[in-house]
Design a protein around this ligand. Structure first.
Ligand SMILES: C[S@@+](CC[C@H](N)C(=O)[O-])C[C@H]1O[C@@H](n2cnc3c(N)ncnc32)[C@H](O)[C@@H]1O
Length: 318
């Protein structure tokens, strides 16, 4: 394999998207770097004096290389769709689907669907509706949380999503869970907040879904049932992670789900490329690890899917 090394010493990957479904009318005009809302958010985030706004991975150069703004649901910095699966991607997606389907106790395959908009790669098998990585990951995460802490039966469910990306999980949870009272998305990267505002509006998500800008973090609720951090802390510095963990700890949040990029341990990304473990920082804030398992749980399928991400579920000690 020949791969290009970028100036940060990281292996550069090609961004790709699926243009089988055209962009919706008006989106190319809105999803531009010079959109006044994005310019405004960028200036606000650049001016903030908080650790969460200082980036080690999600810097401007990283975004320029890893994102095509209008095709934000392609294979890019937000949701990896191809690059981790290598060859036989269709086969591996099929196996991943079977694995997720096996645990779909909430019948989410009948409740959420994939239309391939904004560049998402979709896969069709037989006469089943199309699936995507966004769809499978979201169904898997919702079922997992339901199994562990009864997500779907919490009355007036309140969720905090830190590093929410373009709002993938907000879209899926608000579609699937009638008991959802509040879903707050927040992110340390202006482009992500911009896309999340755009996408949640585009999908016409209910008013229970809020996109909170980083400068307004103090307006986050005092209480959430669960905070989620999916592939986000792994892409932040330890300082930024600690800042977010302090925001969590000062609130009443019983459950905390972290999905790291490195399955063997929770690690940060530092400016020099080193990765510092931060599990102890979570424990120091009064949480205990109550469950830790691969996101694809059927052992024999996982080996073939070759995707080894893990759920780490923490619970606040009473
Ligand atoms: C791989 S994406 C995952 C997005 C989303 N959680 C999902 O699973 O679809 C990583 C996310 O971490 C966010 N992020 C990066 N640095 C951050 C920081 N310092 N604070 C909060 N979020 C950050 C990025 O903006 C991006 O939304």
């Amino acid at each position: 394999m020949v791969s290009r090394i970028d100036e940060d010493g990281r292996r550069a990957v090609n961004v790709s998207h699926n243009d089988a479904v055209s962009l919706p009318a008006g989106s190319e005009q809105a999803l531009r770097q010079d959109n006044p809302r994005l310019v405004e958010l960028q200036a606000t985030y650049d001016g903030l004096d908080v650790a969460a706004a200082v980036h080690t991975q999600w810097r401007r150069s990283f975004l320029n290389k890893n994102l095509s703004l209008a095709w934000f649901r392609g294979d890019n910095a937000y949701v990896w769709q191809f690059r981790h699966l290598g060859h036989a991607v269709r086969l591996r997606m099929y196996l991943a689907m079977l694995d997720v389907l096996e645990r779909d106790s909430l019948d989410l395959f009948d409740k959420v669907s994939e239309d391939g908009l904004f560049g998402a790669f979709t896969f069709e098998f037989g006469d089943r509706p199309p699936v995507s990585r966004d769809l499978l990951d979201s169904i898997n995460e919702i079922n997992y949380l339901n199994d562990q802490m009864g997500l779907a039966s919490v009355k007036g469910l309140r969720v905090l999503d830190i590093g929410a990306g373009y709002g993938r999980l907000a879209h899926r949870m608000s579609t699937a869970l009638p008991n959802l009272e509040a879903y707050d998305c927040i992110d340390g990267v202006a482009t992500s907040t911009f896309l999340c505002e755009y996408y949640t509006r585009f999908r016409e998500l209910p008013s229970s879904v809020r996109v909170v800008t980083l400068d307004q973090h103090e307006t986050l609720g005092e209480r959430y049932d669960v905070a989620v951090n999916i592939h986000s802390f792994s892409e932040c510095s330890l300082d930024a992670i600690r800042w977010w963990l302090d925001r969590i700890a000062e609130r009443d949040i019983e459950w905390l789900l972290i999905v790291p990029n490195t399955p063997d341990e929770l690690r940060s990304t530092e400016i020099d490329g080193s990765m510092i473990p931060f599990r102890q920082d979570v424990l120091d804030r009064g949480y205990e690890l109550v469950d830790d398992r691969p996101i694809h749980q059927a052992d024999e399928l996982r080996e073939l899917i070759d995707l080894h991400d893990r759920f780490y579920l923490f619970r606040k000690i009473k």
